[in-house]
Every structure is written in structure tokens, then in C-alpha cells.
Design a protein around this ligand. Structure first.
Ligand SMILES: Cc1ncc(COP(=O)(O)O)c(C=O)c1O
Length: 398
């Protein structure tokens, strides 16, 4: 039955994690893995999460099913984090949200919904985008097209080219995938002005925006990171938002995220949401409970909420501090290449502008691991390994 099957290549990032683990060099650095790390190189459980879990252990009375859309407490929390507590969209009941297994679960349900319900389903994604976007939409029968995004010449955003391509080729009814903030893999974000231009274009061309919000709080702050998303949401008739709590609550393995849908009226959104429920049922029936219970317990308990907000801000500050350190130390070292652009990027990831040859030299000669694309996880840097990293970059760059 399976004799004809050929093994597919594994994820190169996973191979990188294993290579780093097996490397005996005490100076080795892992900038490949996609999780937050603290100054000791650990991915900690947040204090607010530990406290919420202690409460839940005492309070939980049943492990019975929670329902297709998750816990009823969850949706209002997702909606106010994304849109703000004062949002007119929430007041008008134009949004509904389902609890999903991580941001990936949200994207998969969104893909199935688009694939099965929109005529000639097609999605526009940035070049490059998070690697998993492609198989998720492909497997749902959604045609994928790319818009220009990263400019290797300037290490910046190709916004004019992005608009030129969309203006020339996007058709009414197409879906436009945007990263809310902390673009993965580049770290280069759309600025507020860009969100305004894109909002006008979405309206003019009648597109469906799908915003992937996987890093809210990791760029400039919980509110600032969704300013563009909110601007667009307030002006367009329809939107999908896939959000993840993996990073900002540090609950990666608990698999918790949300899929929100906005439509023109409460009736329209209720109809569409019932179809989303069918997509969920056919995928995994209902989401896991624990991560979401942690999230809403924190958000409903004022002291825990305040503590969580501080913990997110601390993760964000640490990442931005490391960006500053790297850039200023590289400049002081007399490095030939100007890395100042890294300071303008946001979130854990950074397209470093290093070539594949330079990345391989860093790996083979210095035990510094990052993706072949030159994507670094800034959170893998520490005060202790920074000088070694800078020295190594200077050597490979010349
Ligand atoms: C852009 C983007 N979207 C979605 C996700 C999915 O996150 P989760 O682990 O919650 O499924 C990630 C995770 O790396 C991501 O980078």
C-alpha cells in the first residue's frame, strides 16, 4: 500500500535545531529556533501563566467537551485585544471569534473557509512570508500568488512594487494576507501610512483582508502593534483575523489562538461564522481547552492582567534592546557593512542581509546557527554571546 511513497525532506529549521543541540562548541549560539528566549537562553513560563494555572487547578471541575468555538469567555477577550475595548465593530456585533489550536489552527480554518466558499479562491501573500502559509492555503485548494515585499538591495520594504503588483493583478474577491506586525521572516513591518493606502485599495478593489497577528506585543507594544489592523478593520466591510497566543503568552505547546471574522452586519457574520464552525468540526472537532483557559483567566483577573502586560513589555523591550546592541556593536567594530536597518525591524525575527555563504561560514566556523535565508531570531542573543556574535559577523562579512 505504501511502497510507492517517497520520504519528503524535513523542515530545514528543525535540522538546524538538532545540529545546534549536537554541537559540542561551548560558544554555540542558536538564532534559528522560532521561540522567545530570555537572557539565560531559556523559554520561560510567564509568572502570570503559572499563577493562572494554579487557579485553574483548583477551580476546574470538568474535562467535558467545550464546544466547536471554544469557551464562551474566550471570544470577547480576543476581540478586545485585537480591536480595543471600545470598538464599534464589537458593539455592533459585526465580529465573531472562535478559539483555535494556535495561530496555525486559525489559518487552517480560514483557508478551508476561503477555499470552500469564495469563488475562484486566491490569496496574495508577501514575498517572502512565513513558510507554513503556503502549504496551509495550498492544501485548502486556494491559489497562491505573491506580492513583492522584501528588497535585498535596501534590506527594506518594496511598498511601491507591492502596490504596483496588486493594482495590476489583484481581482475583486481575492484574499490579501497581511502580517499585523513583526513580519515573519523579515522583521520589516508595514508602517501606518501603508495600512492607510492598503485600506483604500481593499475598498476600491473589493478584497478580503486576512490579517495574521502572531506577535501582538512583541514589536512596539500591545496597542501599537495592532494600530494598522484596527485602522483597516474600522473601514472595510469584511475581514478575517488569525491570531496566536503562542508567543505573547509563551504557551506555544498549549496550542491557543483565535479566528475572528468581521462582516457588514450581525446577521451576515452569524451566517458566515456558522460555516466556519463546520470547517472546525471537519478539522479537529473542537479546540484544546487549557491554553485558552489560561488566557481568559489572566485577562479576567486584574492583577494577573497587569502582570502579563508587564511581562509582554519586558519581552518586547529585551528584543529591541538586543537589536540596538547588535547594531551599535557592529558599527563600533568597524564592520564594512552597515547593519543599521536591523534597528528598524520589529519582532523576534530579522532578515540580517547575510548571504547564504556567510550564514554557512557562521555555522561551520563559529557554531552560530541561523536559517539559510539569513533570518535570525534576535531573542537568541544575550549580553554574554553578543561580542562573540559580532566578532564572527565581522569576520564573515569582512
Ligand atoms: C506569521 C506566523 N503566523 C502564525 C504562526 C503560528 O503560530 P502558532 O504556533 O500559534 O500556531 C506563526 C508561528 O511561528 C507565525 O510566525
Amino acid at each position: 500500500m505504501f511502497k510507492h511513497l517517497q520520504a519528503v525532506p524535513g523542515d530545514p529549521l528543525l535540522a538546524l535545531i538538532i545540529a545546534h543541540k549536537n554541537d559540542p562548541n561551548p560558544k554555540k549560539i542558536d538564532l534559528g529556533v522560532g521561540v522567545y528566549k530570555d537572557s539565560s537562553g531559556n523559554t520561560p513560563i510567564l509568572n502570570s501563566v503559572k499563577k493562572a494555572e494554579a487557579l485553574l487547578l483548583k477551580q476546574e471541575e470538568s474535562k467535558s467537551y467545550i464546544g466547536i468555538n471554544g469557551a464562551p469567555e474566550f471570544a470577547p477577550i480576543v476581540q478586545s485585544l485585537l480591536l480595543g475595548t471600545d470598538s464599534q465593530i464589537i458593539k455592533d456585533k459585526r465580529i465573531q471569534s472562535a478559539q483555535t489550536p494556535g495561530g496555525t489552527g486559525a489559518l487552517k480554518v480560514a483557508a478551508d473557509f476561503i477555499g470552500a466558499n469564495l469563488p475562484n479562491p486566491k490569496i496574495w501573500v508577501s514575498d517572502p512570508t512565513w513558510g507554513n502559509h503556503l502549504p496551509i492555503f495550498k492544501s485548502a485548494g486556494v491559489e497562491i500568488a505573491t506580492y513583492p515585499y522584501y528588497d535585498p538591495a535596501t534590506n527594506g520594504l518594496r511598498f511601491d512594487d507591492l502596490m504596483t503588483t496588486l493594482r495590476a493583478e489583484a481581482k475583486a474577491g481575492d484574499t490579501l494576507l497581511l502580517h499585523a506586525c513583526c513580519h515573519n521572516p523579515t522583521g520589516i513591518d508595514l508602517q501606518f501610512e501603508h495600512w492607510k493606502v492598503l485600506t483604500d485599495f481593499v475598498l476600491e478593489r473589493d478584497l478580503l483582508p486576512l490579517v495574521d497577528a502572531a506577535y501582538q506585543g512583541f514589536g512596539d507594544g500591545l496597542e501599537q502593534d495592532v494600530a494598522g489592523l484596527r485602522y483597516m478593520a474600522e473601514r472595510v466591510p469584511n475581514m478575517l483575523i488569525a491570531n496566536s497566543f503562542s508567543k505573547n503568552f509563551g504557551i506555544y505547546r498549549e496550542r491557543c489562538g483565535g479566528l475572528s471574522i468581521i462582516a457588514e452586519t450581525s446577521t451576515e457574520v452569524a451566517n458566515a461564522f456558522s460555516i466556519i464552525g463546520m470547517a472546525i468540526r471537519a478539522n479537529y472537532s473542537m479546540p484544546p481547552a487549557h491554553g485558552a483557559a489560561v488566557v481568559y483567566t489572566i485577562m479576567q483577573t486584574p492583577e494577573l492582567k497587569a502582570e502579563w502586560e508587564q511581562e509582554v513589555a519586558a519581552m518586547c523591550d529585551r528584543i529591541n534592546y538586543l537589536r540596538d546592541q547588535l547594531v551599535s556593536k557592529l558599527a563600533q567594530s568597524g564592520c564594512k557593512k552597515d547593519f543599521a536597518f536591523i534597528k528598524d525591524q520589529r519582532g523576534m525575527f530579522s532578515y540580517s542581509g547575510l548571504t547564504v555563504e556567510q550564514v554557512h561560514r557562521l555555522r561551520n566556523e563559529f557554531s552560530i546557527y541561523m536559517a539559510d535565508t539569513g533570518r535570525m531570531n534576535v531573542a537568541g542573543m544575550t549580553d554574554e554571546n553578543m561580542d562573540y556574535l559580532v566578532e564572527a559577523i565581522v569576520q564573515v562579512v569582512g
